[in-house]
Design a protein around this ligand. Structure first.
Ligand SMILES: [Fe+2]
Length: 516
């Protein structure tokens, strides 16, 4: 078997092909199924997509139960569900330095259709996944059906919502952050994180494997391509750029962040261009869906200014701040996306494009006044903590006449449907965009009565419901976007039912969600 040093050396000296042929001569044999983590796909483009798996015969061990040797895998893509018509195949090497995870960027396929795929290692076959390509860039608008989801605390519930998502058979799933949780909290735990809070690469690997062992989550990964962004809990609660929640020294926190980002990359169907370098990993970008829509996937964690006016001793962690008493909140230099991403987004928004502009990001963008009656209190970790940055984004919507901006968000563990306004404090201010915030897959939210008391202070918020866990199902054409808020009966059992709590439509050219 090739050692890691031989592998890297040979890559430089001899090129990948000879390493591959050497590795393929030694087909691995596994005493146990190495595909315990399932398969996944992501980031569909008109001619292909990313395929993912990780070899881990023993998912309870950080190394997956494998020796530190490079292992060869084969992959196959089929045009039919019966796997009779193979349209692409190849080999790929699983590197122990990346936890024997592999990603394949398949090219040369037909736009706008479904495919099936699987991996093989030795004589072991992976489960079969289903995925699809995006329409050609100039394709007529057609129809897109997608789901979006976020916030899946493993201990707080089963991931049954994914069973319903898989049943919906969407074209795409957009995951908006908190894929894992680093810490244990909440009540009514249905299962346990098997280890304490992760700090090292190996500890984050174990946490990802624990979550990914969930059969409903695996099924949703195998059902359609995913696109993803992250929030704080993939690393540390409320972290901001290089600033942790608890005042850990900067260099040590960046080491922690590097381990968390690498483990995230190793377990997600992300394209090769996102491979992290140390503590840096560019996950933001855009994905086009013909002329109908594009997703602008944002990262509001990695580059943000620390939260304003923290509680004493919290060192930049979030809190609820009195807006009148926190002068720092309004400082124009505060940024949510960082300057490079802000410039990228502004340029992207300036490109004239018809259809829908879906901003897929992790936190709530609508203002939310948390103080009943006069005055305003704001949650400093969401966009309310970065009002100048939010205003710059809204200005870009207006200045570039961005067609149909719709913001998708998560984080707050409640359904929210809002009009985004240039001036939230002026009821006469026109809506310039719509926002849908999905609830959580499992993570617990506020008591509803606490929310109800605040609704009169937030008239731009058309719905705020924290009672249910679930997801949002979207179906859109050039004329109309329809969002169904999908509510689980319970997350305390695996097989609970799911129903539509409410549906909203946004019509082309009218930036305001209306109850359907
Ligand atoms: Fe969350």
């Amino acid at each position: 078997m090739t050692s890691r040093r031989d592998f890297l050396g040979a890559f430089g000296a001899l090129g990948a092909a000879s390493v591959l042929s050497r590795a393929l001569q030694a087909q691995p044999r596994f005493a146990r199924d190495p595909f315990t983590l399932g398969v996944a796909s992501g980031y569909p483009w008109p001619r292909g997509f990313v395929l993912w798996t990780r070899l881990a015969p023993e998912p309870g061990r950080a190394d997956g139960g494998l020796d530190p040797a490079v292992l060869p895998l084969r992959w196959e893509v089929f045009a039919d569900e019966a796997l009779r018509e193979r349209v692409a195949n190849g080999e790929v090497l699983a590197d122990p330095a990346w936890a024997h995870s592999v990603r394949v960027e398949v090219k040369g396929l037909e736009p706008d259709r479904w495919y099936w795929y699987r991996f093989a290692a030795g004589d072991a076959l992976s489960p079969i996944g289903r995925t699809r390509t995006a329409p050609a860039e100039d394709a007529a608008s057609g129809r897109l059906r997608f789901a979006f989801a976020s916030c899946q605390h493993y201990e707080q519930g089963f991931f049954g919502a994914y069973r319903h998502i898989a049943r919906d058979a969407p074209d795409l799933l957009a995951f908006l952050g908190d894929y894992i949780y680093e810490s244990s909290w909440g009540h009514h735990h249905v299962r346990k994180h098997e280890h304490g809070e992760p700090y090292t690469l190996d500890e984050y690997r174990l946490r990802h494997m624990l979550y990914r062992g969930d059969p409903d989550l695996q099924a949703a990964h195998a059902a359609c391509p995913w696109i993803l962004t992250w929030d704080d809990h993939e690393v540390d609660n409320d972290y901001a750029d290089d600033r942790p929640e608890d005042g850990m020294e900067r260099a040590r926190f960046l080491e922690r962040r590097a381990g968390a980002y690498q483990a995230y990359f190793e377990h997600m169907p992300l394209p090769e261009r996102m491979r992290p370098r140390g503590p840096d990993m560019r996950i933001y970008g855009q994905l086009r869906w013909g002329r109908l829509a594009r997703f602008l996937l944002l990262d509001d964690r990695q580059y943000r200014t620390p939260q304003a006016c923290p509680r004493p001793g919290r060192l930049g962690g979030s809190s609820t701040v009195d807006v009148a008493a926190c002068a720092a909140l309004a400082e124009p230099g505060r940024t949510m996306l960082g300057h490079a991403q802000e410039r990228w987004l502004e340029r992207a928004l300036a490109e004239p494009r018809a259809g829908w502009n879906l901003l897929a990001q992790q936190t709530r963008m609508a203002q939310f006044d948390q103080k009943p009656g006069g005055g305003r209190r704001a949650w400093s970790d969401g966009w309310d903590g970065y009002p100048a940055a939010r205003q710059r984004l809204f200005d870009a919507f207006t200045m570039h006449r961005v067609a149909n901006p719709v913001v998708l968000g998560g984080d707050v563990h409640m359904f929210n449907v809002s009009e985004l306004k240039r001036d939230f404090d002026d009821p006469a201010s026109p809506a310039i965009a719509s926002e849908f915030v999905g609830t959580s897959i499992t993570s617990q939210g506020w008591p509803q009565r606490r929310l109800d008391r605040l609704l009169p202070d937030n008239p731009h918020m058309k719905l705020a419901d924290s009672r249910y866990r679930g997801y949002v199902r979207v179906e859109m054409t050039a004329q109309v976007l329809r969002a169904d808020l999908r509510a689980m009966e319970s997350v305390l059992t695996r097989d609970a039912g799911c129903s539509t709590l409410a549906s909203y439509v946004v019509e082309n050219g009218r930036p305001s969600p209306q109850r359907a």
